[in-house]
Design a protein around this ligand. Structure first.
Ligand code: HEM
Length: 169
């Protein structure tokens, strides 16, 4: 029987892999902010004159099928296997949700820690179900950020004993 990655398996996976895969498919900004070339240069055979405004299509880069197998599939385990050395900190140009270079996001470390902690807590504390048990529609609309095409509708229920949710204040 083929092994499938169940919800339980994902919960055991380090949330950093879920975070990377989520930022790959749904970078907070699908298009980068505008950069301006400060000098003439040639990139991959393309001449770029000084003063040219450059916008990187991050979402397209992140779904390049020459780099990512099944590029549109959510497969966090790829960061344990085929892409285990690929990070989001601007050194691997196939995955740059925080940009790269001297103007890359200075909040990257903070953001990664918060995302990891939040995701770990949310998965640990709550059970998520869609009202009709349908898979969540993960399509996104065009925009400066990645808005969902259809609003998210989920039922959230506690997984742990009730007293653990009580405030200690
Ligand atoms: C998931 C969370 C975040 C993502 C995906 C993200 C992504 C980005 C991207 C793509 C850029 C443009 C980089 C470039 O020009 O190449 C940027 C810039 C920036 N980000 Fe973030 N960011 C995140 C969280 C944060 C946080 C938490 C902070 C602050 C606490 C922050 C502060 C900034 C600032 C100040 C810039 C402008 C840097 C500059 O132009 O020199 N970001 N971010």
């Amino acid at each position: 029987m083929a092994f499938t990655w169940s919800k339980i398996t994902y919960m055991r996976l380090d949330p950093i892999f879920l975070t990377k895969e989520t930022l790959r498919l749904y970078p907070a900004a699908p298009l980068s902010v505008i950069h301006e070339a400060i000098e003439d240069c040639t990139v991959n055979g393309y001449h770029v004159s000084a003063g040219t405004w450059l916008i990187f299509n991050l979402q397209k880069i992140h779904r390049d099928q020459q780099v990512w197998s099944d590029p549109c599939e959510f497969r966090p385990e790829r960061f344990l296997t085929t892409h285990k050395d690929v990070d989001v900190r601007g050194q691997n140009f196939e995955l740059i949700p925080f940009g790269s270079g001297r103007r890359m996001c200075p909040g990257v470390s903070f953001a990664l820690q918060i995302l990891r902690l939040t995701l770990a807590n949310v998965l640990h504390w709550f059970e998520f179900e869609t009202p009709s048990d349908e898979p969540v529609d993960m399509r996104e609309e065009a925009g400066l950020t990645s808005p969902k095409a259809t609003p998210l509708e989920v039922h959230i229920t506690p997984r742990l004993p009730a007293f653990l949710y009580e405030s200690t204040n």
